[in-house]
Ligand binder design. Structure first.
Ligand code: FAD
Length: 432
C-alpha cells in the first residue's frame, strides 16, 4: 500500500502551515502533488496561542480561529483552504520510519509514502519528568503544554481546580505564561525552578526582577534555586503535593511542567547530519541530502548576522521564515539565496508584552523605568559586544519602537560610549 507525492511536508505545525501558503502563492505544484503528514488531528495552527488565548477564562481562542497563518496577519488556512488549493492533509498519522536513500516514509498505519522532495517540519516535544529520573508524571493532574491535546487537558484540569493551588515546574516561557494563565483562572501558582531567576537563558537579573515582582503582585510565589524530587499522591494517583529537594512539601491540586524541549530528529539520526540537537541545514534549509529540507524548531541553520554560526531556534518567527525560505529554494533552484535571519522572540503575559532581537552576548546596558507600579511599563536592554549592538530587549514598546530596536541589532550599530547609550536608552534606537 502506498502513495507518491512530489513534495511531502512531514509535520503539521507552524512551519508546515507557512510552507503550504508559500507553495500556494508561488503555485509551483499541481493538485495532488503536495501533502502534509501530521500526527495531529487538525490542520496546522499557531502553536503560541495554546499558552495565551487558549487558556483565557473568558472568550478563549479556539480553532478554527487560530489556524496558520493568522499569527503573521495573513490568510487563515482552514481544512477547506487546503482542499481548494490541492494540498492533501494526511492528519492523525504518525510517521514511524524514514528511508532517505529510498525517499520513503512509513506511517503507523503501514502505508509507504514516497516523495521527490521532503521538508522535515517535525518540531519538538516537551521534555518529560521521567527523563530527569522523576516518576509519576502520568498522573491525571500533571500537565505539559506542546499541542492541542495538552492544552485541552490543561483547560479541563484548571476548571476542576478553581480556587486551588498549582505548582509550576520550570521558569522558562512556558512556565511563565502558564503561571499567568493559572492566576487569571483563579488558581494560586507557585513556580519552582533551579536557576536564580526566571527566563534565565535570556533575561538579565534586573529584567527578571521586574517580572518576578509583577508576578508576585498578581499572587504568584517563586521558589528558586531548587528542584522537585517526587510527588505525593492520593489513592486515585492524583498528585496532592510536590516534594522539593530541601524536603519542603508544596500542596498541589495540579502541576504544570515546562522544563524544555527536544527537537524531533529521531527518524533521521544516522541518515542526515545533525548539529545543535537538530538537523543541520545550509542557508537554503537543505540538509546533507540533496532532496531533503528541514525547517522550524528541528532545523539547525547558519545565522548570517552571527557570522554564520549554526543555531537551532525554538521560536515561531523562525519557523515561519525558514519554512517560506525552504519552499522558495525548492521552487527556484536557479536563484539560490541564503537565509539572512534576525533571531526574534516574544512573549505576552497578563497585560505585559516584550520582544527580543539578536544575540544576548556582551555587556548589558539597561534603560527605562523598571518600577513595577508603573501603569505602562516601558524598559529594556541592549547587549553590546566589541562596541557593536548585538541584541536588544524591549517591554511595552510601540510597533515603531520594536522596529527601531530590531534595526539597530540588524545593522550592528556601533556604540562609541556606553554611558551615552545608557543615557539615551530607547532614543538611541528610535533616533538612528
Ligand atoms: P511544531 O509547531 O511543533 O510542529 C511540529 C509538527 O510535527 C506537529 O504537528 C507534530 O505533531 C508533527 N510531528 C512530529 N513528529 C511527527 C511524526 N513522526 N509523524 C507525524 N507528525 C509528526 N515561540 C515564540 O516565538 N513566541 C511565543 O510566544 C511562543 N509561545 C509558545 C507557546 C507554546 C505553548 C508552545 C508549545 C510553543 C511556543 N512558541 C513560541 C514556540 C513555537 O510555537 C515553535 O517555535 C513553533 O511551533 C515551531 O514550529 P514547527 O513547525 O517547527 O514545530
Amino acid at each position: 500500500m502506498g502513495r507518491a507525492f512530489v513534495y511531502v511536508i512531514l509535520g503539521g505545525g507552524v512551519a508546515a502551515g507557512y510552507a503550504a501558503l508559500e507553495f500556494a502563492r508561488r503555485g509551483g505544484y499541481s493538485r495532488g502533488e503536495l501533502c502534509i503528514i501530521s500526527e495531529e488531528a487538525v490542520a496546522p495552527y499557531e502553536r503560541p496561542a495554546l499558552s495565551k488565548g487558549y487558556l483565557l477564562p473568558e472568550g478563549p481562542a479556539r480553532l478554527p480561529g487560530f489556524h496558520t497563518c493568522v499569527g503573521a496577519n495573513d490568510e487563515l488556512l482552514t481544512t477547506k483552504w487546503y482542499k481548494e488549493n490541492g494540498i492533501e492533509l494526511v492528519l492523525g498519522t504518525k510517521v514511524m520510519a524514514a528511508d532517505i536513500r529510498r525517499k520513503t516514509l512509513l506511517t503507523a498505519t503501514g502505508e509507504t509514502i514516497s516523495y521527490k522532495n521532503l521538508i522535515i517540519a517535525t518540531g519538538a516535544r516537551a521534555l518529560k519528568l521521567e527523563e530527569f529520573g522523576i516518576s509519576g508524571s502520568d498522573a491525571s493532574n500533571i500537565c505539559y503544554l506542546r499541542n492541542l491535546d495538552d492544552a485541552d487537558k490543561l483547560v479541563n484540569v484548571m476548571r476542576s481546580c478553581s480556587g486551588g493551588n498549582a505548582v509550576v515546574i520550570g521558569g522558562g516561557y512556558i512556565g511563565m505564561e502558564c503561571a499567568a494563565a493559572l492566576v487569571t483562572n483563579n488558581i494560586k501558582a507557585t513556580m519552582v525552578f533551579p536557576e536564580n531567576h526566571c527566563m534565565a537563558r535570556l533575561f538579565t537579573p534586573q529584567i527578571a526582577e521586574y517580572y518576578e515582582n509583577y508576578y508576585t503582585s498578581k499572587g504568584v510565589t517563586f521558589i528558586k534555586g531548587t528542584v522537585l524530587t517526587s510527588f505525593e499522591k492520593d489513592s486515585t494517583r492524583k498528585v496532592t503535593s510536590v516534594i522539593l529537594k530541601d524536603g519542603k512539601h508544596l500542596p498541589a491540586d495540579m502541576v504544570v511542567v515546562g522544563i524544555g524541549i527536544r527537537a524531533n530528529t529521531s527518524l533521521f539520526e544516522g541518515q542526515l547530519l545533525m548539529d545543535q540537537g537538530g538537523i543541520k541545514v545550509n542557508g537554503q534549509m537543505l540538509t546533507s541530502d540533496g532532496s531533503v529540507y528541514a525547517v522550524g524548531d528541528v532545523a539547525a541553520f547558519p545565522i548570517m548576522l552571527f557570522d554564520g554560526v549554526i543555531r537551532r531556534l525554538e521560536h515561531v518567527d523562525s519557523a515561519r521564515r525558514t519554512a517560506r525560505h525552504a519552499v522558495a529554494a525548492i521552487l527556484e533552484p536557479s536563484k539560490p539565496r541564503d537565509i539572512d535571519y534576525l533571531p526574534f522572540f516574544y512573549s505576552r503575559v497578563f497585560t505585559l508584552s516584550w520582544q527580543f532581537y539578536g544575540n544576548n552576548i556582551g555587556e548589558v546596558v539597561h534603560f527605562g523605568d523598571f518600577t513595577t507600579s508603573s501603569p505602562s511599563p516601558r524598559f529594556g536592554a541592549y547587549w553590546v559586544d566589541k562596541s557593536l549592538i548585538k541584541g536588544a530587549f524591549l517591554e511595552g514598546g510601540s510597533r515603531e519602537e520594536y522596529e527601531a530596536i530590531s534595526n539597530v541589532v540588524r545593522r550592528k550599530v556601533k556604540v562609541a560610549n556606553i554611558a551615552e547609550l545608557e543615557k539615551q536608552g530607547l532614543m538611541f534606537a528610535t533616533q538612528e
